[in-house]
Structure formats: C-alpha cells, structure tokens
Design a protein around this ligand. Structure first.
Ligand SMILES: NC(=O)C1=CN([C@@H]2O[C@H](COP(=O)(O)OP(=O)(O)OC[C@H]3O[C@@H](n4cnc5c(N)ncnc54)[C@H](O)[C@@H]3O)[C@@H](O)[C@H]2O)C=CC1
Ligand SMILES: O=C(O)CCC(=O)C(=O)O
Length: 521
C-alpha cells in the first residue's frame, strides 16, 4: 500500500456479505421489544429511544444509558440495524466472490474478523459472534512478532494487559479499525499512534475495581497475620503457632496512593474494618467516609502502616517507589502493589524486605510478565525475581487483581458491546483515544439514509469541504468533536440512492484531512 493510501483507511462490513450495495434493501427492522441484555442494539447510542431522547456525549456510565433505554424501548418501534459499506479498495486478501449488479464493481463483503487474546471471557466471544463477526479466541498474549504476522487478518483485536500494541504493530495494520482492552489499564497500547491511524481504543474503566479492592483487603489481613508463611510451613509439615509480629488491622493507618475508582472503593472497605485511611493523589479528590487527603507522597509514606498503590502507568508514575521512598516508610510497615509493575523498583523493595525495614509486601504486577500460564516466573523477567521468591511474608500473585468471574464477565460484556457499537454504529462513547461522538438512531422509516463516520486530522476548513460534498443531500443530523490532533464527525444523510454511495465515499475519502472514512447504512 502506498503512503498516501495508508492514510486513507477503508470501511468494513459488519454483517453477512450482501451481493451488491442495496439501499434500502439491507434495511432490517428489528422490533425494539426484542432487545435482550446481550443485544448489541440494546446498548448502542443509536437505539430507537435515541430518536426522542437527547444524549450527552460525555460518559455517564453505561448503566445510566442502558437503564433509560430498556424501560420504554417497546414504545419506540423499529431501529435500523446498520452495516458497513465496503468500498472497492478495501485491502482484502480474498478475491471478490460476487459481482455487483452492473458487473464487477462490488467486492465481496467479508465478515468482520476479531482476534481475542489472553483468554478473554467467552461471553464476549459469543456476543461478538452473535453480532455476526468471525471470532478467534486465543488463551495467551501475542508478542510483537506474532502480532505482525497474524493481526493483518483482523479488523478488531481484544487484549488484556499483556499484549503490547506498539506503533510498529499499528503501522503494519492499516485494516485495523478498533482495539478493545478488556481491562482498566491502557498503557499497553500506543494510544496516540492508534488515534492518528483512525483506530479507536476502548477499555472497561471500572468493571474490575471491586475485585482489586477486595484483593487488597485480603492482602492487608494476610500480611499482618503472616498467613502465607504459616500456610507454607504447615504444607511442609511444620507446626509454627506464633503471635509475635502478627497484628489486627483495626486502628491501623492505610495509605492509598491514587484515589481513583479502585482507591476510593478500597477506602470504604478499609474503614469498615476499622482502619484510618489517608490518601495521596495528584488532583484534589473528595474523601469518602472519614478518609483524608495528604499533600505529599512523603507525608503518606511516613504516616501509613500499609501503603497500597492504585495509580496508572504513566511517565510520572514509573519508578515512583524506589529506595528513597521505601526508606520514608515506617519501620515495620507493609507495602502493596496491584497497579503496574514499572511503578516500583523491585530491587529496592527486595532490599527493604531483606533488611527487615518493611515487615511484608504483596506484589501482583511486574515490569515484565510471562505471556501465558505455566513455568517462566524466573530471572529471565528480572534479576530481582529470584530474590523475591526467597523472601518471607511476601505475597506474590500472577496479576490476578481483576481476575474474578464477576469482573471478567462484566468486562467481557462492556468491551464487546463497545466494539459492536463502534463497528456497526460509529459510536465512540467511552473511547480512550477518540473524541466521544454519538448520534440518535437511523430508524427503519428512514429509508435512503446513510451514516458517515469520518475520522480526520483536526485542521481548519474540514467540515466545510465535507458538507460541500454532502450538499446535494439533506444532513439530518451531525456531530463532530476533536481530541488533540484528531477529530471525528458522524453525520446521517437522507435521500441517498445506492448508486450515489460509492461516489460519496470516494469524495470524502479523498479529502485532504482524511484518516478513515466509513459509511454505514
Ligand atoms: N492488578 C490488576 O489486575 C489491576 C490493575 N489495575 C491498575 O490499577 C490502576 C488504577 O486503576 P483505577 O483506580 O481504576 O484508575 P483511576 O484512573 O480511576 O485512578 C487513578 C488515580 O491515580 C491518580 N494519579 C495519577 N498519577 C498519580 C501520581 N503520580 N500520584 C498519585 N496519584 C496519581 C489519578 O489522579 C487517579 O485519581 C490502573 O491504571 C491499572 O493499571 C487495574 C485493574 C486491575
Ligand atoms: O485482568 C487483566 O488481564 C488485567 C487487569 C488489569 O491490570 C487492568 O484492568 O488494568
């Protein structure tokens, strides 16, 4: 593909292949009353209810949208399920299987292919299959090399925290439309490069927060009672009934670094156990219960009996806990990290534990983690690993903070829904690297309506050019927003004959600021 073509990314089918490009022959009315909880349409911003309700574009949480819709959707008849127009220049490997109505102009419209890595919940895979996509489900993470080899067959990819989607991977995959992070953290994706190539990224911002918070509570108690050591001894046949160095957690101070979704949730649970909570965050955040925000990390470290990290991996947080910070912690305190491995210098932690300055620690995340289950947690991941494996009262877990049935099901459903909403309807609500844009539904009555989804560079004059191209038609509704260098326009246009679609697509795709043009109808 030439450099200029690489910037003009085509659209892709989201349904079974039609043999030509019919408008409105592919209009499929779906009774709104039939929307089940797993129906993609039920959770899109383009549901029938959207035709009378006005939606904000900021994320109010999926729950609030869904509740609103499900209550009265039966009263609002028919939404049109949109599919995508596949232009002739779509980079499919396969030869066209069907001829267009006038001979040869229409290429085969293949199903969207989705690659799910890292053992993503099977409900998500089924949901995507039910939406008409082809889904490949793999239990391990892929290396960059494997991604370069295998990803070109897919338009969508779902990952968890281990698969790294680098600029190199993004540049090598011009067919990729969307990335779903089936987790909270998105540091494993080069978000900026993805946006610049018109690839939307979605995550699940809080579906596993409770699971992490509960794990931390269990770790606080396990550390203060040396539970894993006692259990390990007994499994070796050694009875070691001791109380020295074992404490209740009631009345102790918990210091939370990062008072976001997880930190705040943990704060409430910890207070219920009789702990005092202080927290440090880079922004002022309203305390829950009787928790108290402190001004500096040092202040928190010097006052806490337990320190727990709940910050994202960003340049500011990488290495935020090193030898200096451990020395600022109280003698005999405990340290917990369920955030990201690179936030902590694990050699410095091993020093602090070996010298008995700290009484224990729990570590769930590591700078480098094995890509699949099995042996491999060894010195190849860092020289500190063999040291950590020898230490008493150190709980090591294989990145399981969010690994509960509840969290994985909720994440599977949330992210799979976001993928379908984006692919089939263009909605970017909840995207972490795109501006959030949505339009109310095109309904079954709206024959000869098509939807333009146009990702473009955020430059002056773009909308004027696009609206000029659309000027022979009525723009029923449109909404555009920008985020940094990129902008996204959704527009529903009426009075479009099927013979006009290819021309509209080509003209818009050729505009100077184009990154990705898709037409849905
Ligand atoms: N172990 C596991 O399985 C899991 C790990 N995580 C990790 O936990 C992290 C936190 O998750 P959430 O609470 O949902 O994120 P969040 O975005 O709701 O909260 C993060 C908080 O950290 C604060 N923060 C950012 N930089 C900071 C700094 N330098 N110092 C102090 N505070 C800072 C932010 O202002 C924000 O309040 C995620 O980014 C992810 O990396 C999340 C889920 C599961
Ligand atoms: O469950 C996973 O694989 C990743 C959990 C996590 O770290 C996250 O949600 O950010």
């Amino acid at each position: 593909m030439s450099a200029s073509n690489a910037n003009r990314r085509p659209s892709v089918s989201a349904s079974d292949p039609p043999t030509f490009i019919p408008i409105p022959a592919n209009t499929r009315g779906i009774p709104a009353s039939s929307f089940g909880p797993l129906s993609p349409v039920a959770t899109t911003g383009t549901s029938p209810l959207a035709s009378y309700a006005s939606y904000g574009t900021s994320p109010q949480g999926p729950g609030s949208h869904n509740r609103q819709r499900s209550t009265s959707s039966a009263a609002f008849g028919i939404a049109r399920q949109l599919t995508a127009f596949l232009p002739a220049d779509y980079p499919l490997d396969e030869e066209p299987e069907h001829e267009g109505p006038n001979g040869g102009s229409a290429k085969k419209q293949g199903k969207v292919k989705v690659l799910l890595l890292e053992n993503i919940n099977l409900d998500a895979a089924n949901f995507l299959k039910n939406a008409g996509y082809e889904v490949d489900h793999v239990s391990k993470a892929y290396s960059e090399e494997e991604l370069l080899q295998k990803l070109p067959n897919y338009q969508a990819i779902g990952i968890r925290s281990k698969t790294k989607i680098t600029k190199k991977v993004i540049d090598a995959n011009p067919q990729l439309l969307v990335i779903g992070c089936f987790c909270i953290g998105t540091n494993q994706v080069d978000l900026d490069s993805a946006a610049k190539k018109g690839i939307a990224v979605f995550n699940s911002p809080f579906s596993n927060s409770r699971s992490v918070a509960e794990l931390v509570i269990s770790e606080i108690i396990a550390l203060s009672r040396q539970l894993t050591d006692r259990s390990g001894e007994l499994k070796q046949g050694i009875w070691n009934k001791v109380s020295k160095g074992c404490w209740e957690i009631r009345g102790k101070t918990l210091g939370i670094v990062g008072y976001g979704h997880i930190g705040a949730q943990l704060s409430v649970l910890a207070e219920a156990f009789g702990m005092s909570v202080i927290y440090y965050d880079v922004i002022p955040i309203m305390p829950l219960g009787t928790a108290r925000q402190v001004d500096t990390l040092e202040d928190l470290l010097s006052k806490s009996d337990f320190v727990t990290l709940h910050v994202p991996e960003i340049p500011d947080t990488i290495g935020m806990m090193g030898a200096l910070e451990f020395s600022q912690m109280k003698n005999g305190a405990y340290f917990i990290n369920n955030a990201r491995g690179k936030v902590v210098d694990l050699d410095a932690l091993a020093d602090a534990l070996e010298s008995k300055h700290l009484a224990g620690a729990a570590i769930d995340v590591f700078p480098r983690e094995p890509g699949s289950n099995g042996p491999g947690f060894d010195g190849s991941l860092g020289s500190f690993i063999p040291r950590l494996r020898q230490l008493n009262n150190l709980i090591l877990t294989p990145h399981i903070g969010g690994s509960t049935e509840e969290a994985q099901r909720a994440i599977g459903s949330e992210v799979a829904t976001a993928l379908v909403r984006y692919l089939n309807y263009g909605t970017t609500l909840g995207s972490v690297n795109f501006p959030e844009v949505d339009l109310r539904a095109i309904t079954a009555q709206d024959e000869r309506h098509i939807r333009l989804c146009f990702v473009h560079r955020n430059e002056p004059g773009v909308l004027k050019v696009v609206n000029n191209i659309l000027s022979d038609h009525n723009i029923e509704k449109q909404f555009s927003d920008s985020k940094g260098d990129i902008a996204y326009l959704m527009a529903d246009i009426s009075g479009v004959g099927h013979e006009e679609v290819a021309d509209i697509y080509t003209q818009i795709k050729r505009t100077q600021a184009n990154i990705l043009t898709r037409l849905l109808y």
